[in-house]
Design a protein around this ligand. Structure first.
Ligand code: FES
Length: 104
């Protein structure tokens, strides 16, 4: 299956969809539903990185991305960093496709 183009992501509030997160260190595959953040789902699984602001402004929860397309919703990354698709802030950012593979 190919990753959808970024243009198909629907950034409107209330239009989030469920996506899958794979945790590299454990192999855990988690579902992130609308209304829940990646950070919240990781916390429930006992796998969460450190966090602080939970608004995409402090940078504490930065997590490496090994595969997948991120819908960046933070206030920290530059356009160039967003385009690199190799890191994300899991408190606010989501997937722009069906899954993300996180370097956790
Ligand atoms: S907890 Fe501050 S950017 Fe995610």
């Amino acid at each position: 299956m190919t990753e959808p183009d970024l243009a198909v992501a629907d950034p409107r509030p209330g239009h989030d969809t469920t996506f899958e997160v794979t945790v590299a260190s454990t192999g855990d595959v988690l579902q992130v539903p609308p209304g829940r953040s990646v950070l919240e789902v990781l916390e429930d699984a006992g796998l969460a990185p450190l966090s602080s602001c939970r608004e995409g402004t402090c940078g504490t929860c930065e997590t490496g991305v090994l595969d997948g397309v991120v819908d960046h919703r933070d206030s920290l990354l530059t356009e160039q960093e967003r385009a690199a698709q190799d890191t994300m802030f899991v408190c606010v950012s989501r997937a722009a496709g069906p899954r993300l593979h996180l370097d956790l």
